[in-house]
Design a protein around this ligand. Sequence first.
Ligand code: PXP
Length: 259
Amino acid sequence: MKLGVNIDHIAVLREARRINDPDPLQALGICQRAGADQITIHLREDRRHIHDDDAAAILLHSPLPVNLECAVNGEIIDFVCRHRPLRATIVPEKREEVTTEGGLAVTDKPRGLREVIRRLHEAEIEVSLFIDPHPDAVLAAKELGADWIEFHTGRYANIHAMLYGNLRHTRHSIPELELPRRELKQMLAEELEIVQRLAEHARGIHLRVAAGHGLNYQNVAPIAAVEAIEELNIGQSIVARSVFVGLERAVREMREMIG
Ligand code: PXP
């Protein structure tokens, strides 16, 4: 299983103080030493963490392939086409959200998205679409000409956190998931089964499959065991752990956990 380390969260810490420290650029060599396969960054429309100069420097200096996440936004797509990462992952974006809350709306196959995929391909950039694990979304991604899909594992992660993690009965609890454990167990098994089945289906129609969002040291193993998934992109949990054990160990532990 390939590991993409999403280093946005290092820039989140920097922006909390609006200074130059910690610099996400310094994470590149550490991630490589610790066995990561890819660096993932998200250039958000509001530039709340990664800025254009970060992305340009990361793309120039990264010893690992870079997966650049971005929205369907003309100005950002211009930037991506100019700087040519190995892959661009198209994500939905709402300014008011704390993080990417769900998958891209692909089932209507919007013209804007089709045009963005065409432009990225013209610049020889692989295209991944960040979608919810839903059969219609997989088919639409294929019809739109994506090379990759990335399944949004947020629902899986939320159910897991409410069942086994530390969210239940806290101020970060998810009200619609305040359910009996038996029900949550069933939902978790179903969600995993959906991801597994759709990943196999996607691979069968020649889409490459990644997954990410909310994956952590507690919940990652069953997703990492899905054979049709090639790659996981993980940010928050790795950077959170790095505060206590250092980035190299945090990445290495995740690397070992996902096999
Ligand atoms: N993959 C995509 C497409 C994302 O947007 C994100 C969140 O930035 C991640 C993976 C990583 O999610 P997390 O930070 O929850 O591990």
